[in-house]
Design a protein around this ligand. Structure first.
Ligand code: F6R
Length: 607
């Protein structure tokens, strides 16, 4: 979360900072800001609007060195005062400027200590303590002051710091949040960023800092100290000279574009994952002695994991549990030496998932597979093995194509485990694979339901609460539908297993609280349909997704949408498509910021 870019170059750095911020906006867009150093000391510009707005106001700024930041608010509301960079002191000439990603966990204690020593604070952030700590410890050597300050900080952070007294120096540190330094391309100068994306085209090469590293650079030189304080070299790699800017094409929003990209994304993922699994099984991947599977993920990826856990139990005959990563790492759990840990993540940078994986490893579960959309991510690097989804870049903050691609990859993995366990015959596996390969065409057919979904969206757009129901794996599909609805349309939505309704949530049902249910024509259909009759008997209005081979008619209080027929486990993917479209079109009607919903960010690197 949050994004950092900064540096010292031999021309005006402001366009580089602004371009970097634009590319980092996916990491947070609550506020943004930059500070530059000049003859009259440190100057700063901040905005609680988007980077475009900051850029408008920064048109006349010029400097060869500066720091910039996009913020996802954690401590303190998205106000100008809380926007980075933070300065110390708060009155008079600033001495120190700081940008920070992550969280300083002991900031309350540090803040109290600083206040007691006479320091006044201008913001509610944890970051501001860093600025004051460094200023307090500064005796003419910025590197020493930063190292001393870090020694008293607990938490997970990446920081970059400048001082007005030494404008030709940037010092920074990595402790739990990614940070890299770059050499300016074709000229002298050095840069720092929290994501290599911000350096494309401006740095010729870059090096990732390792845990505990501290760096200092000037225009001409850079050095890195390890956690032990020893001068170290890190691996420098070539930075791409350009970033391809994603195009919207004929679509209104990236979310819509990405929903419609699903047939191709799925086809690429299915081909890629199948090929990877064949190669892997010829090599050293052996699932024969796996006795259970633990799936770890967050948010939408957790919903994919939850569906996969049921697939694995059904088709592989071994215990499989999906756990919310942020919970798993803090509870006492029983490890299993032959348990396979499967992490699921679009970005591969979600700190909750990463730390859950590290926790599982510490417990002795060393066999891990990451299902991930980013091959260079931390999750892939830290996992024993990986299977990449090929969804392509997902720009919309609400995940759509990454989710269905995760499901496709998890299904292929399920089949591989089932075969190795002797639970699936070659013929059964072939049959499932044929179904999987036919999925992209069926998803295209499901996308053609958009006009009906638009009419549902028109009917639902003014509701403030919606309940989503499903049974079996379709409960997780309902959870995903509810999450999409909350995220982009800001309508309160909750999902329940349909049989649970009568145990409490039925009390919520009124003509004002509609129900959206996903009901494939499987062994649970009749049960679910009975649950819906209980809703209709209480004047609830039902929107029902069914398989296209069911002949059900819409009624005054019941709208039916037949979904292209897909029998069995993969129906979950088909039924997800209309729910994504529903959330999207309601969001459009409610005129929300579809691709950047309020309070959210695309990559969550703080706990
Ligand atoms: C919802 C959404 C989030 C992510 C979650 C995990 O639309 O995108 O719930 O799924 O933050 O992110 P990844 O998959 O990157 O680990």
């Amino acid at each position: 979360m949050c994004g950092i870019v900064g540096g010292i170059v031999d021309s005006n750095i402001v366009p580089t900072l602004l371009q970097g911020l634009l590319r980092l906006e996916y990491r947070g867009y609550d506020s943004c800001g930059l500070s530059i150093s000049g003859e009259s000391g440190l100057r700063r510009l901040r905005s609680i609007s988007r980077v475009k707005d900051l850029a408008e106001n920064a048109r006349d700024l010029k400097s060869r060195s500066g720091l910039a930041h996009v913020r996802w608010a954690s401590h303190g509301r998205p106000t100008i005062a809380n926007a980075h960079p933070h300065f110390s002191p708060t009155a008079g000439e600033p001495l120190i400027s700081v940008v920070h990603n992550g969280i300083i966990e002991n900031y309350i204690e540090l803040r109290a200590r600083l206040i007691a020593s006479g320091v006044s604070f201008a913001s509610e952030t944890d970051t501001e303590v860093i600025a004051h700590l460094v200023a307090d410890l500064y005796r003419g050597d910025l590197l020493s002051a930063v190292r001393e300050a870090i020694a008293s900080m607990r938490g997970s952070f990446a920081i970059a710091v400048m001082s007005s007294r030494d404008p030709d120096r940037v010092v920074g540190a990595r402790a739990g949040s990614p940070l890299l330094v770059g050499r300016a391309a074709g000229k002298s100068g050095y840069l720092v960023a929290s994501d290599v994306l911000a350096l494309a085209g401006v740095a010729g090469e870059a090096a990732y800092l390792e845990e505990g590293d501290v760096f200092a650079f000037s225009r001409d030189d850079v050095f890195i100290l390890s956690a032990e304080g020893k001068a170290v070299e890190r691996h420098w790699f070539a930075v791409s000279s350009s970033v391809s800017t994603p195009e919207l094409g004929p679509f209104q929003h990236f979310m819509q574009k990405e929903i419609f990209e699903q047939p191709n994304a799925l086809a690429d993922t299915i081909d890629g994952v199948q090929a990877d699994l064949v190669t892997a099984q010829r090599g050293e991947w052996d699932f024969g002695d796996v006795d259970s599977v633990l799936l770890l993920a967050c948010g939408t990826s957790f919903h994919a994991a939850k569906i996969a856990a049921q697939w694995i139990e059904t088709h592989c005959g071994i215990v499989a549990n999906a756990e919310i990563a942020s919970e798993y790492k803090y509870r006492v759990s029983v490890p299993g030496p032959n348990r396979l840990v499967v992490t699921v993540s679009q970005s591969g940078e979600t700190i909750d998932t990463l730390t859950a994986l590290r926790h599982a490893k510490r417990l002795g579960m060393t066999r891990s597979i990451a299902i991930c959309n980013v091959g260079t991510s931390a999750l892939v690097r830290e996992s024993d093995r990986h299977l990449l989804t090929r969804a392509g870049l997902e720009v919309g903050v609400a995940s759509t194509k990454a989710f269905t691609c995760q499901l496709a990859a998890l299904f292929a993995l399920t089949l591989a485990i089932g075969r190795a366990q002797g639970r699936l015959s070659e013929e059964m596996e072939r049959d499932h694979l044929t179904q999987l390969q036919g999925l992209p065409d069926k998803v295209s057919a499901a996308l053609a339901l958009e006009p009906t979904i638009i009419s549902w969206a028109q009917a639902l757009q003014r509701r403030e609460h919606v309940l989503f129901l499903g049974r079996g794996i379709h409960y997780a599909v309902a959870m995903e539908g509810a999450l999409k609805m909350k995220e982009v349309s800001y309508i309160h939505a909750d999902a329940y297993p349909a049989g649970e309704l009568k145990h409490g949530p039925l009390a919520l049902v009124t003509p004002e609280v509609p129900i959206v249910a996903t009901a494939p024509n499987d062994e649970l259909f009749e049960k679910l349909y009975s649950n819906l009759q209980e809703v209709r008997a209480r004047r609830g209005f039902v929107y029902l997704l069914v398989d296209s081979d069911l002949s059900l008619e819409s009624d005054d209080d019941l709208r039916i949408l037949p979904v292209p027929l897909q029998r069995g486990p993969l129906a979950a993917i088909l039924h997800t498509i209309p729910l994504q479209l529903l959330a999207y079109h309601i969001a459009c009607l409610r005129q929300t910021d579809v691709d950047k919903p309020r309070n959210l960010a695309k990559s969550l690197t703080v706990e």
